[in-house]
Design a protein around this ligand. Structure first.
Ligand SMILES: [Ca+2]
Length: 408
């Protein structure tokens, strides 16, 4: 009997070890260093890659602020708050949502922003504006009179406005647009995400160094000749990829050029995709790896599944980040750092062709929950990653704080 008990104990021990191995994700302990605070709803960041080390932070409420040598400059770089549509101060998905500096900003001073403006169009809640601005003779102040509207997109509802702007290594500007909002993408027969005749629910790819003609009128942007739908009369030629719900944040891996996109889910699943030309990422047929409409036996032909998804036991709204290519944390190099809006930090790691989600535990905390809204991420010139947070949701209190992720 004693031997039998011993054997059972050994078996239980090995099962327990196996359980630990399977159920508890590997973790990495990191530190968060406060860079600057008192932002009013920080939602986007970019760096001009001009050697100055300045960080440019967009506040949802309409100002772009510069962090220079560890301090927020008192004068904003640009203030477009007077151009924004009315917003609920407790919670809104409208506002100043994106910024991208031209790859040759150092010499041409051009940069691009994305914001929500009022619209009088029938059926519109507001419209999304992609606009170009230029810096003034003062490197820390943009010229407010230099605005050139590049694109306007009518938005049927207040939410799911996308707003990510990022330049690829190809020099083209990638723009993220949500599905038009509401819930379930109930727009038209197939939903905006699947409808190639609308820009909603898409990632666009634009040539902002050239103009073009469309239906006899001049457009202030060109269409790259290798855009996937350029010769398709039944599709908008601006589209790079489709089937997205709210691609709130996406970024290029600066080493491999891969485009990582976090697409915010509906009720159950948050997902991360690697975006390729002309591909269909599934919404509203699928939410993550699961059928959405119809809820069973959906037709998954030609749909590209996410590389990873997680359910609403883990989080409620994914916030895309960056593949880490910095120097401060060697063990993080090549991993995709991201978060959930309600405070959790993760990274994705590839092993044997499978991407696994891993918790990033913060030093001094018991787990990967930082206890703040994670609105967005930013990457500086050197490839270090920042988190844009706020304690209380909305635009009532200037309680936003930006942290640098640093090593242990
Ligand atoms: Ca999808």
């Amino acid at each position: 009997m004693r031997i039998l008990n011993f054997c059972i104990a050994i078996i239980i021990f090995f099962l327990f070890v196996k359980f630990l191995h399977n159920e508890i994700p590997q973790t990495m302990v990191i530190k968060l260093n406060s860079v600057a605070k008192k932002f009013l709803g920080p939602v986007a960041m970019d760096s001009p890659k001009d050697g100055t080390g300045r960080l440019f932070i967009c506040e949802q409420s309409g100002k772009i602020k510069i962090v220079k040598n560890g301090k927020i400059l008192s004068e904003p770089f640009l203030n477009v708050s007077h151009k924004l549509d009315r917003m609920n101060k407790i919670y809104s998905e409208k506002g100043l949502l994106g910024i991208a500096f031209h790859p040759k900003y150092k010499t041409n001073g051009r940069f691009f922003i994305y914001y929500s403006a009022p619209s009088k169009a029938r059926g519109s809640d507001h419209k999304s504006i992609l606009a170009e601005y230029k810096v003034s003779s003062n490197a820390d102040i943009a010229d407010p009179g230099s605005e050139k509207i590049i694109m306007e997109v009518e938005q049927p509802e207040s939410n799911h406005n996308g707003g990510q702007l990022v330049f690829g290594q190809d020099g083209f500007l990638y723009v993220g647009l949500g599905d038009g909002g509401g819930a379930g993408d109930e727009h038209g027969a197939i939903g905006n995400g699947q409808d190639l005749n609308t820009l909603l629910g898409k990632i666009l790819r634009l040539d902002i160094d050239n103009s073009s003609e469309s239906a006899g009128s001049k457009q202030p942007y060109g269409i790259p000749s290798d855009n996937p739908f350029v010769n398709n009369k039944n599709a908008r030629s601006e589209i790079w990829a489709f089937g997205l719900r709210n691609p709130w944040r996406f970024s290029f891996d600066r080493k491999t050029g891969e485009l990582f996109c976090a697409d915010v889910g509906q009720n159950k699943w948050e997902e991360i995709n690697i975006i390729e030309a002309g591909k269909n990422y599934g919404w509203r047929i699928m939410e993550g790896n699961h059928c959405y409409e119809p809820s069973t036996n959906c037709n998954q032909k030609d749909l590209v599944p996410p590389i990873a998804d997680y359910n609403h036991d883990v989080g409620i709204s994914i916030t895309g980040g960056f593949v880490y290519r910095g120097k401060a944390i060697p063990s993080l190099v090549g991993k995709y750092v991201f978060g959930d809006w309600k405070g959790k930090l993760f990274y994705l790691e590839k092993s044997a062709d499978k991407w696994n989600i891993v918790n990033m535990v913060i030093e001094g905390k018991k787990d990967n929950d930082i206890g703040l809204d994670i609105n967005s991420f930013g990457e500086d010139e050197k490839g270090e990653i920042y988190i844009l947070t706020q304690k209380f949701t909305g635009n009532l209190i200037a309680n936003g704080e930006v942290f640098l992720i640093s090593g242990n």
